[in-house]
Design a protein around this ligand. Structure first.
Ligand code: AHR
Length: 514
């Protein structure tokens, strides 16, 4: 209970029983840009994210593809405007040797994917496949280097292979031999992943030293320079962040990661069902999701101590709901369905990130296709967009917009004596001068009405879209893929300088004000 009150206080919200929800928007006080990279995604060599997910093979005649990459997925991700895609892991990254994934596919060596299901990885999807796919998607690649079982030389070579101009090094020559003349100029690199766990079980001090060594030899992207992300803390391990911020010179550090999943227990089969969760499990999952506010607040405070000018970004490069796998699927593949609970996690989490945009400048939902809180699920030729997809799509209006301060007083969503804030909100103004407000009501039973005082601008009209469903546990299926999708929203009205919004229970709305 104590922990919850703390989490709630850190959300910067106060509670007013069952009174009206209220908020004040300062439309003329925006100073911070919501970095589009907050809306990033993650593709690991895990289960059917890549193989059988977006990569169906060059010889596939049933599913339209370009170089083996499904075109329906490309189309859907383009609509989402995904700003970056993290690859090849995750835990897999620290087992991955990139040279195994270049050159003629038939000659590539195989390996065992030891973290995820013990399956054979034939390396048919490698560096060229990934980077060409990013070009097709119009997204920036975010590559996680192998620190746990690789070498400094190996990561140095990889950065040179990808980033150096043609003819300038043995690595760029090798790239040319493999059919690519121009460098890809990849700026965003992770220096290992979860170094405290699957990335090598290192101590923070040891990793900070190793980071310095690896970061020294990485080759920059033309003009852009490198954006190097240190493998960060799990959840509330503030000591880890402190050690990195203290011991790594900031001129060789652009981002520090953290990972936080909305999970109730880590034991296999001991999480909640993705679709048949109890009311209590719903509450507890939301408690975990909303804890993100406390986590980014406190990690930011630690960073502020060493970097008051906020040069180093906080990068939440793994977040999302983690449940039991679907019955009959490989436990190592982490395939789970996606209900309105996931839409609630996405809406509330993205509001948190937006409102912390001064320090949180990048994030990656885990994961993009068929794994954990995926935005897309596939079954052979069929593909569906999950409720999480729709939230990410509705919220993409905030990408690179100016964050507008908004103070909220919200009712609580209560369960067995514990409380969570019901409504979360964030707002921004885009380059065209349009104001967008995103609102999430995580209360599964009660609609919430909110009155927002609009200060510093005169608005005359409001329009928007809403995502909700008949039941909280509803989800899209391959037979009924459009059961849940955004609809036009008529529950918002402007009168003078007041905006009134009627949010149904478990709903996400994004409004546009003119
Ligand atoms: O996203 C699944 C796994 O979760 C990643 O591989 C790892 O980094 C984390 O523990």
């Amino acid at each position: 209970m104590k922990k919850q009150l703390l989490a709630v206080a850190c959300l910067g919200l106060s509670f007013v029983g069952n009174a009206q929800n209220t908020a004040t928007l300062q439309a003329d006080s925006g100073k911070v840009t919501i970095n589009k990279h907050i809306y990033g995604h993650f593709a690991e060599h895990l289960g059917t994210c890549i193989y059988g997910g977006f990569y169906v093979g060059e010889n596939n005649t049933k599913i339209p593809n370009k170089d083996g990459v499904r075109l329906d997925i490309v189309d859907a991700l383009k609509k989402l405007k995904i700003p970056n895609l993290r690859w090849p892991g995750g835990c897999f990254a620290d087992t991955y040797h990139w040279k195994d994934g270049i050159g003629p596919k038939a000659q590539r060596p195989a390996m065992v994917n030891t973290w995820w299901g013990g399956v054979t990885e034939d390396n048919s999807f490698g560096t060229h496949d990934f980077l060409n796919m990013c070009e097709l998607l119009g997204t920036e690649p975010y590559i996680s280097g192998n620190v746990g079982s690789g070498t400094v030389q190996e990561l140095k070579d990889w950065t040179q292979y990808i980033n150096l101009a043609a003819g300038t090094s043995p690595m760029s020559k090798l790239r040319e031999q493999n059919g690519r003349e121009k460098p890809w100029n990849v700026a965003i690199w992770g220096v290992g992943n979860e170094a405290w766990g699957c990335g090598g079980n290192m101590t923070a001090d040891y990793y900070a030293n190793i980071y310095r060594q690896y970061a020294t030899f990485m080759a920059g992207a033309d003009k852009k320079g490198l954006f190097r992300v240190a493998s960060g803390a799990s959840d509330a391990d503030y000591k880890w962040t402190e050690t990195l911020m203290k011991n790594i010179p900031h001129q060789m550090l652009e981002g520090v990661a953290i990972h936080h999943y909305s999970v109730l227990s880590w034991g296999e089969g001991k999480k909640t069902s993705a679709t048949e969760y109890t009311d209590k499990e719903y509450f507890k999952t939301m408690q975990q999701a909303l804890l993100m506010d406390e986590l980014v607040t406190k990690h930011s405070e630690v960073m502020d101590k060493y970097d008051p000018k906020k040069k180093v970004a906080l990068v939440v490069d793994e977040w999302g709901g983690w449940y039991n796998v679907e019955n009959g699927t490989n436990p190592g593949f982490l395939f789970q369905q996606n209900t309105m609970r996931d839409a609630m996690i996405a809406g509330a989490t993205l509001n948190i990130f937006n409102n912390h945009a001064d320090r949180v400048r990048m994030a990656n939902l885990a994961q993009v296709v068929n794994v954990l809180q995926a935005v897309i699920l596939t079954k052979e030729e069929k593909m569906l967009l999950t409720p999480t997809y729709h939230v990410m799509e509705m919220y993409n209006v905030h990408q690179d917009a100016t964050l507008l301060p908004i103070k909220v007083k919200t009712n609580t969503f209560e369960f067995e004596g514990e409380k969570l804030p019901a409504v979360s909100v964030s707002a921004s103004k885009d380059a065209k001068g349009l104001t967008h407000i995103s609102l999430t009501n995580v209360d599964p039973k009660n609609p919430q009405e909110i009155t927002i005082d609009l200060k510093g601008a005169k608005y005359v009209s409001v329009a928007g879209r809403i995502l909700t469903a008949e039941k909280l546990r509803d989800y899209n299926t391959f037979d009924n893929p459009n059961k849940i999708q955004p609809k036009a929203f008529s529950g918002a009205t402007i009168a003078g300088n007041q905006l009134k919004v009627k949010l149904p229970a478990f709903s996400v709305a994004v409004l546009e004000l003119k």
